[in-house]
Design a binder for this molecule. Sequence first.
Ligand code: NCD
Length: 312
Amino acid sequence: MLKQPVRHLIDPEDLSIEELDALIKLAQKIVHSPREYADACKGKILATLFYEPSTRTRFSFESAMLRLGGNVLGFGNANVSSVAKGESIADTIRTVSAYADIAVMRHPKEGAPKLASQYSLIPVINGGDGGHQHPTQTLTDLLTIQTFKNSIRDNTIAFCGDLKFGRTVHSLIRTLARYGIQKFILISPEELTLPDSLKRMLNQTYSLQLEEVRTIEEAVEEIDILYMTRIQRERFFNEAEYAKFKNAYLLDLEKIKNAKEDMIIMHPLPRVNEISYEVDQDPRAVYFEQARLGVYIRMALILKLLGVECAC
Ligand code: NCD
């Protein structure tokens, strides 16, 4: 039998819409019967190579592999690995390929996980590369939308916050455009709008409308999904620049008083100063549920990339 080529997930576009839909379906099956998958990855090892801070992405991947009966190894701080001695990404991943069956990498430099995939013998998953892409957050977001809105296509989605540096937005908006969503509302300070190159690509490739506004209140009545984001402090040149925007948006109950009753509020987390704690009690706030669902879609992704056919 021919050996299948190794598949990586570097960019959400590495997966077709059919594959995305299949992953969402599989994740939903796992949500309903997790026990059936408890041994699906027995004997397999996931490596987490995190060169940037993370709570949800790293822990949800580890939790996903452990819930599949596999094991995990890795680092959450590259300073404790040979990276601190100057080892290249190419050599690190070649070595990790011998110790694990699948790897997730987060890196402050755009393109680092892609480079790793070119030297890797095992599937490499991009766990976020600089301000570029975050494909597994996109998978999490799609599962959340499907779960709470029953459909991905028929929604008006607003992205609010740091649309310039926010990689979760960059990955999700392109994917939703592929799903055929026709209207996006972009809420950001003028200095933190979606990059022009991305806007141009979206406008040229898809038939959609990008409406830019500066406040949540201006658009709140027509929004089905409000996707809040953190101002990406670590991507600013200096602290003074960041300080100008750090309190740009604080979502509170007053701001959503005219919102639809079935609107959902999402946030990839961590939140810093974008959503008041009073909003957490509102039934429309789904961000912690979103973080929970991240485990199941990552379980589905691991099964797919490892080619595990389970009788589950
Ligand atoms: C996001 C990230 O790392 O890009 N977090 C996450 O993975 N859930 C969002 C952020 O850091 O603002």
